[in-house]
Design a protein. Sequence first.
Length: 527
Amino acid sequence: MKLQAKVITILTCVWVFISLIIYADSKFILAKNYEKLERTLIVDNIHDVQNIFDRMLSTLALYTLAWAQWDAAYDFMKNKDPEFIKSNFVPGTFTSSQINFFIFYDPAGKFYYGKAYDFDTNQMSEVPDSLLKYLSVKNDFVKHDSTTSKKIGILTIPEGLIVMTSLPVITGDGKGPVRGGLLMGYYLKNSHVQAISDTVDMKINFYPLPLPTEDKLLNEAYQHLKNGEKNYSIPRDATMAYGFILLKDLDDQPVGVLEIEIPRTVYLEGLITVHHYLQIVIILGIMILILMWYLLKFFVLNRVLSVSKQVVTLSSENRFDKKIKLSGSDELASMVLSINNMMQIISISQKQLHHMANHDGLTALINRHFFYELLDKALEESKLTKTKVAVMFLDMDKFKQINDSYGHDVGDKLLKLIAQRLKHATREGDVIARQSGDEFILFLTNVESADNITMAAERILAATSRPFKIDNIEINAAFSIGISVYPNDGMSIEELLKRADKAMYVAKQTQGSAFHFYDSDIEAKQH
């Protein structure tokens, strides 16, 4: 994988990882917090409904109090005045306050007087026997021992649930003695539940016991409430939640469940906020990813790729003498500087190795291998240009005696001096090499005539015939030179060197320094 692809992959993976963390945080923390907040608001709404219901009971108690602390009612409990009954227990009294029952009990808790009103038939009626029977058992609900006594609750009779208050009948200024108890109440119907619903602006349903068995959610809520929870809430779906309150009678026994439908406004707004937040994170993440990619590409990747491309190019071309170019003064520039230093060392080392591989270690002349390589190129070029190449084989006479007489150190110094004189005696384009020991070979290119070769040989002999002074020792050297010419004397390097060598042996037969051209007579004489 390319470096740029790796970087963009890493950046993308990091961005995806961070996005997943933020998503998880939003989904499982922010969303949970909104759910907690929603549950708190649901509980508050349930409390509001509970408070409205309690205020309904309080309103009934206040209305009952107005009658219980009325002097006319106080006198009625003493003599049961028919006029009081005739003037007060009329349909208007019940309909104006939406009351179903007015019941008086004497101080001993015995039924004194009562009337009921049926809103379905709009008729006055007697108090149901089932209610009187129930109240006879609940004697403590109808009896009052003090002027401040107040009792409110729900009664359960076969006809339905009754919300009822019981207050002591006392004087208008709130004094006693208590002459009995006044009970006022009404059947708990859907109209009362609807009134609560309209007040809190939420849909409320009332389910008296026993509950419908098919409604699993309602029965689940009932079990929670029955087990002691003050209220219970649960989401119905993404838009609505349910809250439940358990209603109990005077015996603290469950009589029904209030179900409150609560819109999940906070939760939905929370989800919108979370989704909006995630969108912002994703958009910002993409923008940051692009910005990071651009900055990395501009300040790092492009420079790294430039260095990589230059290194690959220079390495493939074996151009370690060149330098990698990079602007800046950061760590990458420092690395490039180090690479350039290493390349310089490699270049120097290569030059040294190349020189060592192609040159004689003693005389610094090229060696035989490199000489053959250059001569081969010269022959190829001569073939194209139709020119001649002269090959010379040089050998120093009696070099062994010099080594034996003065030592190898002097012999080595002599060879060095000979190499220097050969360089000075030849042209710039002529190539000189040390063949081995005291033997040297050279070739001349672009030879026009034998005279040119002769002049070159004479220059060489003149240069090498002068005495050499080494460590206060004067040495006179004599050289023999054999010469072959391409293409007259041979077409290959081997043929040319072999015939120059044969010509050199002919030259040795002459006393002192001499040179000799190869000719066919040499072959005849040797045979």
